[in-house]
Structure formats: structure tokens, C-alpha cells
Design a protein around this ligand. Structure first.
Ligand SMILES: [Zn+2]
Length: 235
């Protein structure tokens, strides 16, 4: 049987299969679904699954192994070229705390056997770093290409790298900190261009081209940029 993961969804009416380079094979099933049906479903869908694997490999991707429930030993914020080593210290508490220790070390202490808690705390730490680095950086690019915005916020979205509203409010995904610098810059330019064109029309892309002539290549790179994102940083 191929490797797969299951996502139960309240909205799903029947079982469906999804394949992506990031998540591998995912079976989305209605709540309370009878798992003993899975081998039959996978057998019936075998040729679909094989084709989907082939398609992803032809795109030059490899399927990532299923996310393991492990905590990072180091965190590399590629965008700002900072690397941190993690130390975990168990304490008899119900909470978890993360603190930078100087020397680029982060001490995670508390109920560290609760991995979900640790991940939440580390995601909050990334959020703090994103506010510190990404917001001023966005402002700098905005001034450079002469496209002002109203407000900016940092979020931890799963599928979007950024967004821009009609009111010219820009939200930035904190996970951009894991990207190479040039991709962050491209995403900033992309979102800032939405302050003029809210859609992805021909006019929008022409405008992006004025601000960043290499946008086609950069846009292509963002499609596989999930590979920079460590599993623990996703909600
Ligand atoms: Zn866009």
C-alpha cells in the first residue's frame, strides 16, 4: 500500500484523494469514516495514484516523507541568514517557554514532551522574528519601488505567502523567513503591486515586470518554495 495520511473533514461528503509534493498522498474523508475501507479505496485508485506520483516527479519534485512529530535541533532563518541552535530542558510544568539565550541559542523549557505545545511556542518565536525583520524590510522595498501601503500584519498561513486588500493592507506570511532573500523580495514586490492592481490581470503582470524584470523566473521559484518550510512551523 502506498504511504498516505488521513485528514478527516466535517465538510467532506465522501472520500477523495489528493496528491501534492508537500503533503504526499492525502485521503480526505468524512468525519467518523470507517478506516477499514482504506485498502480497497487505494486499490481501486491505484492507477490514479501512480499517475499522480509520476506527474509530481516529472515536475522535478520529490515527495517528502510524511511529517514526523519531531522538534528541530536548529532553526535556519535563511532570509536574514541567522541560525539558531535549540536546547530543550524538561521542567515539571504544564507550559512551555522559549527564550533566546544569546550566542544564537534558543532554550525551550517546560513540558517539552508535549510537542504540539513546543511547536506553538516556536511558531510564536518565528512570528516575533518576522515582525522584527519582515515589516521593516517590506517598508524599505515599498519606498524603493515607490508603492506605499497602509498597514502590514504578520500571519502564519498555510498556503499563501502574502496578500493585499483593497485598503492596501498587506499581510505577510511569517514563514517567508525560511526563504532565500531574493524570493522574499519578489513576494514583497508582488504584494505591493497589488496596491495598484488587485487582480492577476495582464496589466498586473506588466506592472510587476516594470518593478522586477526577472519576475517570471522568481514566480516559478515560489511554486516550489514550500520545500524551504520546516514541518514544525506549520499549524
Ligand atoms: Zn498576487
Amino acid at each position: 500500500m502506498p504511504e498516505y495520511s488521513i485528514r478527516e473533514s466535517k465538510r467532506a461528503k465522501h472520500v477523495s484523494l489528493h496528491m501534492s509534493a508537500r503533503d504526499g498522498l492525502v485521503l480526505v474523508a468524512p468525519h467518523g469514516f470507517d478506516h477499514s475501507q482504506i485498502p480497497n479505496i487505494l486499490k481501486r485508485k491505484q492507477s490514479w495514484i501512480e499517475n499522480a506520483y509520476r506527474r509530481i516527479e516529472q515536475q522535478g519534485n520529490t515527495i517528502k516523507p510524511k511529517p514526523v512529530d519531531s522538534l528541530p535541533e536548529r532553526i535556519f532563518l535563511q532570509a536574514v541568514n541567522e541560525e539558531f541552535l535549540l536546547e530543550y530542558k524538561p521542567l515539571a510544568t504544564h507550559w512551555v517557554e522559549a527564550a533566546e539565550n544569546g550566542n544564537n541559542t534558543i532554550l525551550v523549557s517546560g513540558a517539552i514532551n508535549k510537542h504540539t505545545l513546543c511547536k506553538t511556542v516556536l511558531q510564536k518565536w518565528v512570528n516575533y522574528k518576522a515582525k522584527k525583520y519582515l515589516i521593516p524590510w517590506l517598508k524599505k522595498v515599498s519606498e524603493e519601488i515607490d508603492l506605499p501601503f497602509s498597514r502590514s500584519t504578520i500571519r502564519n498561513q498555510r498556503l499563501r505567502w502574502g496578500s493585499c486588500s483593497k485598503q492596501k493592507n498587506i499581510s505577510i506570511n511569517q514563514k517567508l523567513l525560511f526563504f532565500p532573500e531574493h524570493l522574499v523580495r519578489y513576494i514583497f514586490i508582488h504584494e505591493l503591486c497589488h496596491t495598484v492592481h488587485l487582480n492577476h490581470s495582464v496589466a498586473f503582470w506588466a506592472f510587476v515586470g516594470q518593478k522586477e524584470p526577472n519576475f517570471k523566473q522568481l514566480r516559478k521559484e515560489t511554486r516550489t518554495a514550500w520545500k524551504y518550510i520546516p514541518d514544525w512551523s506549520n499549524d
